[in-house]
Ligand binder design. Structure first.
Ligand SMILES: Cc1cc2nc3c(=O)[nH]c(=O)nc-3n(C[C@H](O)[C@H](O)[C@H](O)COP(=O)(O)OP(=O)(O)OC[C@H]3O[C@@H](n4cnc5c(N)ncnc54)[C@H](O)[C@@H]3O)c2cc1C
Length: 377
């Protein structure tokens, strides 16, 4: 085994152990209370998961995309909410700071994100702009010494607990995508507040919030990349983020498959065996694509197609497997608090978050048609 593969294997084993010991026994409690216990957050920091993918030079634990997808899948097998919190923290907060941030921004935030002193968030979506991110309305204007931002952000994961938020705003909505810039804001910036915590179908325990920006003043150094780079930074982060979210969906699908196997071992009627076999094939197909997207990312190859296909198929596998699991476990499994019921609710969120299934289809079709020979590479 090569050193990176060995390293990824040991990260996965560590995450599996953590999920078995710390998450699975608490998954029902996390779902019911819609909160992550403090010990879980401390455990994520202690195990080094919060510094994955952040180079050691910036205070992180290193590790590539293959290590990350293994960790997220295993954590999601124990609790999807915990895995999604970590995916957002790493893929769409730490990564854009690492790849587009100045050394000053990296120095200020990456070591603290890696140690778990700060949790990261990413605020792109708005009440009137989700799939069409270029249509966002949060405005910024230049001031003497920096920028002033005003607007509303919707569905910001980790929003209430985050210590740092990667924010997107436009100089002028008439400029479309070209007017958008990205900023890094400490959550304590005056004028930045959590308007509400949104209750939702699944992924309870993963905070989803509405943020209000009321003339938030940021220094010039808070700009991520150059002015006008914001949409490109967001889309790059989301491509990586999709591989992470696909891994979380895969973990939920595997948890549902584990539960189905337990059921069918007790009663192996033909129709139940058939559901189990179908679910297995769905899950392994998605797993192969997630691994391929991560492998290409680690090699520095283009992985846009694989990321979108993995997100699309893994979230579909999660919904299909959790739905079949619910059929097998019914009627008891449909009670509130039953594992099959929770997995089904958690699974159903994945086709929406970080770009819906329809948006993945649009990305895939566009990329395929634009590639010179129509191939998928
Ligand atoms: C649990 C959760 C966590 C989230 N966390 C974050 C976060 O941390 N940060 C963040 O910025 N956002 C976050 N989001 C927002 C998420 O990324 C958006 O919900 C998603 O991008 C869809 O946007 P929308 O909800 O505005 O739906 P819309 O864009 O209004 O879409 C509504 C429906 O229309 C379809 N549709 C839209 N445009 C097209 C088209 N051109 N062709 C075909 N169909 C189309 C969509 O697929 C969808 O089914 C989160 C959402 C959820 C549910």
């Amino acid at each position: 085994m090569s050193a990176p593969a060995e390293e990824a294997g040991s990260w996965r084993a560590r995450a599996r152990r953590f999920a078995e010991q710390e998450l699975r026994p608490r998954a029902e409690e996390i779902d019911r209370q819609d909160r992550l216990p403090r010990e879980v957050a401390e455990g994520l920091a202690r195990e080094g998961f919060l510094g994955l993918g952040i180079p050691e030079a910036w205070g992180g634990r290193g590790g590539g995309a293959t290590a990350l997808v293994g960790v997220l899948e295993e954590l999601a097998r124990g609790s999807a909410a915990v895995a999604v919190e970590l995916a957002v923290h790493l893929s769409v907060c730490a990564q854009p700071i690492l790849t587009a941030g100045s050394d000053e921004l990296r120095r200020s935030y990456l070591p603290r994100l890696a140690r778990g002193e700060l949790l990261g968030a990413f605020a792109l979506t708005e009440p009137g702009a989700g799939s069409d991110a270029a249509g966002l309305r949060t405005r910024y204007r230049r001031t003497e010494d920096g920028f002033e931002l005003s607007g509303t952000k919707m569905f910001t994961s980790n929003g209430a607990s985050a210590g740092v938020v990667v924010l997107f705003a436009t100089r002028d909505p008439a400029l479309g995508g070209h007017g958008i810039s990205a900023f890094v804001a400490p959550s304590g910036a005056p004028g930045l507040s959590v308007a509400q915590r949104l209750a939702k179908l699944g992924l309870h325990g993963s905070e989803t919030t509405e943020l209000v920006l009321d003339r938030v003043r940021l220094p010039a150094g808070a700009l991520l990349g150059q002015e006008g780079d914001g949409l490109r930074i967001a889309l790059t982060a989301l491509t990586g983020g999709r591989v992470g979210i696909a891994s979380c969906a895969l973990g939920v699908a595997r948890a549902a498959l584990d539960e189905m196997l337990r059921q069918v071992r007790r009663d192996d009627a033909d129709w139940k065996r058939q559901l189990l076999a179908r679910a297995y094939a769905e899950v392994e197909g998605a797993a192969a694509l997630v691994a391929e997207a991560a492998r290409r990312k680690d090699l520095g190859l283009d992985y846009l197609l694989q990321a979108s296909a993995a997100k699309l198929l893994a979230s579909r596998a999660a919904v299909a497997t959790a739905s079949a699991g619910l059929d097998l476990a019914a009627p008891l499994g449909a009670r509130s608090g039953a594992e099959a019921e929770r997995l089904y609710r958690d699974a159903r969120v994945f086709p929406i978050v970080e770009g819906t299934t329809e948006i993945q289809e649009l990305i895939l079709a566009r990329a395929l048609l634009e590639s010179p020979d129509g191939s998928s590479v």
